[in-house]
Design a protein around this ligand. Structure first.
Ligand code: HEM
Length: 412
């Protein structure tokens, strides 16, 4: 259920905080309220950090294409990268491709984009099919499974580990670290995350890069190491940041897309029946999930290099600004009946993969993995259904995401 009635206008009048429980459980109601009453809203991003939130589709789109908005705060303000001092390892992760501007961004993206073209990916489809079948085989005979753990996560984890050249045994540590990092960028936990968890993550990934140097393979990390050894193209720090970005960006979003799709279909049985009767609707169903309850609800923050006025609100130079993709994707000015989950929706230019120069590099891979996974799952387990009442399915309180805590299913 995306629109609930448990929040009041008085709640929604208060400055928004993306980590707030009430917002987490009612984000689509908040978005609607903000679009209608306070479309360029000043609230809180993480802890005490203020941010302007854009809620209309057109404003989000325009901002993501506007070169006056940059990711490196120093470019906009001449001051520090973050509003507080941070260790060197944090700076290193801050310099990953998703957080830098042109021309550095173009140089970095140019080094990795070849690994993600549809043609290179088509060669991967057989591997994904085999993997999907194996996971369902393993689940045979079990009365109940937890979808993410048993199915949705292992598929993209294995695929991205193999593409980047990370050993399968190293992936659980990536997962644990990534969780510590994203969960820890909040309130009291932030100092520990910045001083302890981030340096630890950087050390771990540096170690993997060093190992790969002596044991090259047919993978993205080896290609990046060669680019680094070539001089100029990539620094060691950029290499470490890229490996981290690709691994984490490559599985986290995708397992949530698979899970969010299963949930949306369970909550809309007539749409599920339509899909089962005509599996050619899989592609438009996936686009609809990206719009309706996509995993990423916001991009990374951006900073204007000059004062910018949007809908008569002047955002000062250097302020933090976040386009709320989830709100843009429910904007009635662009989508007919946005609260309706319609897997046959035609004009669906959602922003679930972002837009502009940072548009998702892995979008074709994510679409392919999700399509194969769901096709095989629905064909082999047509009776799968939630193992608990929908009211028991909880949403994670995690800034910028729409992610469920667990998805217990009966398969047969
Ligand atoms: C359902 C799955 C996925 C969703 C919803 C998703 C969503 C997004 C979004 C919204 C952005 C823009 C973020 C921003 O502007 O700050 C993005 C960027 C990115 N995504 Fe994805 N993503 C998915 C899967 C993947 C996969 C499988 C990969 C594979 C490595 C990947 C790699 C990246 C990278 C590297 C960027 C940064 C691109 C740049 O800075 O130029 N994503 N993604």
């Amino acid at each position: 259920m995306l629109y609930t009635k448990t929040v009041t206008a008085a709640d929604m009048k208060k400055p928004l905080s993306l980590n707030n429980q009430l917002f987490t459980n009612n984000k689509y109601a908040y978005y609607k309220y903000l679009r209608e009453n306070d479309p360029v809203h000043k609230g809180k991003l993480l802890g005490p950090v203020s941010s302007y939130f854009l809620t209309h589709y057109d404003d989000c789109l325009a901002m993501l294409k506007d070169a006056r908005f940059v990711r490196n705060r120093t470019t906009a303000t001449g001051g520090r990268r973050l509003p507080f001092p941070v260790p060197k390892s944090v700076e290193l992760l801050m310099n990953s491709m998703i957080n830098v501007d042109e021309p550095d961004h173009r140089r970095l993206r140019g080094l990795v984009h070849k690994a993600f073209t549809p043609r290179t990916l088509a060669a991967l489809s057989g591997r994904i099919e085999t993997l999907t079948h194996q996971l369902i085989d393993q689940a045979e005979g079990k009365e109940q499974i937890e979808l993410m753990e048993a199915f949705a996560r292992p598929i993209p984890v294995t695929v991205i580990a193999e593409m980047v050249g990370v050993e399968a045994e190293e992936m659980p540590r990536f997962h644990a670290m990534m969780y510590a990092l994203s969960d820890g960028m909040n309130g009291m936990k932030m100092p520990k995350t910045l001083l302890f968890d981030m340096p630890k993550a950087v050390k771990f990934v540096s170690g993997i890069v060093e190992r790969k140097r002596s044991k090259p393979g047919d993978d993205i990390m080896t290609a990046l190491i060669e680019a680094e050894e070539d001089g100029e193209k990539l620094s060691h720090d950029e290499l470490v940041a890229m490996v981290f970005l690709l691994v984490v960006g490559g599985y986290e979003t995708t397992y949530n897309l698979i899970t969010n799709a299963v949930y949306a279909l369970q909550r809309h049985p007539e749409q599920l029946a339509m899909l089962k009767a005509d599996m050619t609707l899989l592609d438009s169903m996936i686009e609809e999930v990206l719009r309706f309850n996509g995993p990423l609800q916001a991009t990374k923050p951006e900073y204007p290099t000059e004062d910018v006025t949007i809908r008569s609100v002047t955002i000062p130079k250097g302020a933090t600004v976040l386009p709320l993709l989830g709100s843009a994707n429910h904007d009635p000015a662009v989508f007919d009946d946005p609260a309706v989950f319609d897997i046959t929706r035609q004009k669906n230019q959602h922003l679930g993969f972002g837009m502009g120069i940072h548009y998702c590099l892995g979008a074709p891979l994510a679409r392919m993995e999700t399509k194969i996974a769901l096709q095989i799952l629905l064909e082999r387990k047509p009776n799968l259904r939630l193992a608990v009442d929908p009211s028991q399915i909880e949403v994670e309180t995690r800034a910028g995401w729409h992610q469920y805590k667990a998805m217990p299913l009966f398969l047969d």
